[in-house]
Design a protein around this ligand. Structure first.
Ligand code: ATP
Length: 630
């Protein structure tokens, strides 16, 4: 169980409102063949949610691009006028018109360059805002996804959403606004001017758009598929590297370096193949556009010559026309690169869209019910609780009725897979029961506000997770507003103060990644100090299975004893020592309580606990110690 103590305060502001889910994400992600239409719908929803708030700034950027293109468009017209009017006038000794055309052309150039500069800076800012928003929202939504999502999604898939998928969007935004706006305006403006210059020649240019359109359609379909494949492989690479480095100890212990390296090479080959496929598609498209461009130049040159001979066109106008043909096909290439990047970003957005489509956390109650203030808080009831992880899997708990009295410690024992952790997860409301209800002091957990529940029910996992930051910061997770003195009191209460004071920087010592700087026992003590500070009504503790040396185990048990005093606690016990400190032991088998009573009483009987007890006794050489009670 990766959750030590889940708190909401790490989550960024509200995610993009996710539409009602219609498809199970697991099915989508697992078979890797999502429905095209649904993916596109989600991508468009994402785009709308992202671009919506930037409508004003985007219109300003569009206006700048438009002005820039108008300035760029007039230059060939000025050249045509200079050739057809200015040069003949100059030949007659009137230099005025030629000078005027030259001056205008010289002004249009810098004006266009200045506007381009303004547009690029402005659109760059918009792109960064959009990216910032996308990354924050994706992160905020991902951290709020229910545990069920994280337990079923392939490891690293969320990291891939936040890294490579967001980066693909970054690429298209960086080049896209320029590529798209400028290219579109340039093309539309060019065609309009061509029609003004010469109708039949412009009609020929327009006719040549048909093969261009067909080529573009082919390209878009192919490149979208190619990029989806690329993103799929990228995700596998992220997952594989993440898994390798998260489990580096196991990798080295089992000498898996070679095998994992080979797997990475295999994935990389897949990536290269997928990239090569998308490269081929782009090459065919670019080549096709160039071919059509050159054909149309030749065609227009021939047609232009005929029209000049017929007296319908002047040489300057033909020159301008041919310059415009260049202007027409250059942006198509730009559009192709944009379409390429858009395909990649599309695939990324679609995948982020799938994530957004998964509803965040278990639903918060519409009208939260405060936990009642009772004289003896911490009464827990499981009422006819049935639970299964997925609709297809069998019930782990099937009609469980159970009551935990306030202030008492209950040890949960049983064979592996009996349902101990599941019961604990339901009590921490990491999952909701399929049927029945779990109550705390009479309030259904589903009706209690998330923040109140998190501070009232704390869970300490087998390997308590320490966040990077100081020891003090890690203890204060239990109550973020706690003062340094309160933190020290909590640490002292669990006997952690001495070892913390002995650290290089005391409470300010950075526990470093995953608490690598602290021993397993010290991490347990920090986690218990966290609980001491949080003072929850109910404590759930998954006892560490890894063996500690005797003094450390004694220290942890002594701390545990202090934390448990006067608090309702449910301990998943893996050892006799822990079971013995409980007031009551529950033996769970196949999701049902098969034995229930004080440990000393059950140990002398002939039931399942007595069996377990004797097994533990023989494993520990017949010397059960109970330091916490001594
Ligand atoms: N995330 C999950 N998705 C589907 N099934 C699960 C999941 N977690 C547990 N199960 C199944 O639920 C049953 C009970 O598991 P649980 O982890 O509660 O047992 P446990 O008693 O805590 O076992 P252990 O002592 O080994 O931790 C098992 O059959 C297990 O396979």
């Amino acid at each position: 169980m990766p959750v030590d103590q889940q708190r909401n305060d790490t989550a960024a502001p509200g995610p993009t409102p996710a539409p009602a889910p219609d498809v199970d994400h697991a099915a989508h992600e697992a078979d890797g063949r999502p429905d095209d239409r649904q993916l596109r719908t989600r991508r468009n929803q994402m785009l709308r949610a992202l671009l919506g708030p930037e409508r004003r700034r985007l219109s300003r950027a569009v206006a700048l691009a438009l002005l820039e293109n108008i300035c760029a468009l007039v230059t060939p017209l000025l050249i045509a006028a200079a050739i057809d009017r200015g040069v003949p006038a100059a030949a007659d000794g009137r230099w005025g018109p030629l000078t005027a055309y030259a001056a205008l052309a010289l002004t249009a150039g810098p004006a266009s360059a200045t506007l381009k500069y303004g547009f690029l800076r402005y659109s760059g800012n918009i792109a960064q805002t959009l990216l910032f928003r996308l990354r924050c929202r994706t992160f905020a939504h991902a951290v709020r996804l229910p545990l069920a999502y994280h337990e079923s999604a392939p490891s690293g898939s969320v990291v891939a959403r936040l890294s490579s998928d967001v980066e693909s969007v970054e690429e298209v935004l960086e080049m896209g606004l320029d590529g798209l706006f400028s290219a579109l305006f340039s093309m539309v403006g060019t065609v309009a001017v061509m029609f003004w210059l010469d109708l039949p020649m412009a009609a020929v240019v327009l006719a040549l758009f048909l093969p261009l359109y067909l080529l573009t359609r082919w390209f878009r379909g192919r490149s979208r598929r190619a990029y989806r494949r690329t993103r799929g492989v990228t995700e596998q690479i992220v997952q594989h590297t993440g898994e390798t480095y998260n489990g580096i100890r196991a990798v080295q212990t089992f000498r898996k370096e070679g095998a994992n390296g080979a797997r990475l090479r295999e994935l990389d080959t897949g990536y290269a193949t997928a990239r090569a496929a998308s490269g081929r598609v782009s090459a065919v498209f670019s080549g096709g556009v160039k071919l059509i461009g050159n054909l149309s130049l030749a065609l227009l040159l021939a047609l232009g010559a005929i029209r000049i001979a017929d007296g319908h066109l002047e040489a300057g106008a033909l020159t301008a026309f041919l310059l415009y043909v260049h202007r027409l096909y250059d942006p198509i290439d730009e559009l192709a690169s944009f379409a390429n990047a858009f395909s990649a970003a599309s695939a990324g957005l679609e995948r982020i869209g799938v994530l957004f489509h998964t509803p965040g956390t278990l639903p918060e109650p519409a009208r939260p019910r405060p936990l009642p203030a009772v004289p003896a808080p911490g009464r827990v009831r499981f009422e006819k609780v049935r639970f299964r992880y997925t609709p297809a899997s069998p019930h782990v708990l099937d009609g469980l009725d159970l009551e935990l009295e306030p202030g008492r410690t209950v040890a949960l024992v049983g064979t592996t897979g009996a349902g101990k952790s599941t019961l604990a997860k339901l009590l921490a409301r990491l999952y909701d029961p399929t049927d029945g209800r779990v109550t705390l002091d009479g309030a259904d957990l589903c009706e209690v506000a998330d923040a109140e529940l998190r501070s009232s029910v704390c869970m300490v996992t087998q390997e308590p997770f320490l966040f990077s930051g100081s020891v003090a910061h890690n203890i204060a997770l239990g109550r973020p507003d706690a003062t340094r003195a309160e933190i020290a009191v909590a640490a002292e209460a669990v006997g952690a103060h001495d070892f913390i004071s002995g650290l290089a920087e005391g409470y300010d010592t950075d526990v470093r990644k995953r608490g690598a700087g602290l021993s397993a026992g010290q991490r347990q003590l920090v986690a218990l100090a966290r609980v001491m500070l949080a003072a929850p009504r109910v404590l759930i503790l998954d006892e560490a299975t890894s063996s500690m040396d005797a003094p450390t185990e004694r220290a942890v048990h002594a701390a545990l004893h202090r934390v448990l005093t006067g608090r309702t606690a449910l301990i998943i016990a893996h050892s006799l020592t822990t079971a013995a400190i409980a007031d009551r032991v529950l033996v769970l088998e196949n999701g049902a309580v098969v034995e229930d009573g004080p440990p000393a009483e059950l140990a002398t009987g002939d039931g399942p606990f007595a069996h377990l007890y004797r097994g533990w006794l023989s494993a520990t050489g017949g010397r059960p110690h109970n330091p916490a009670r001594h």
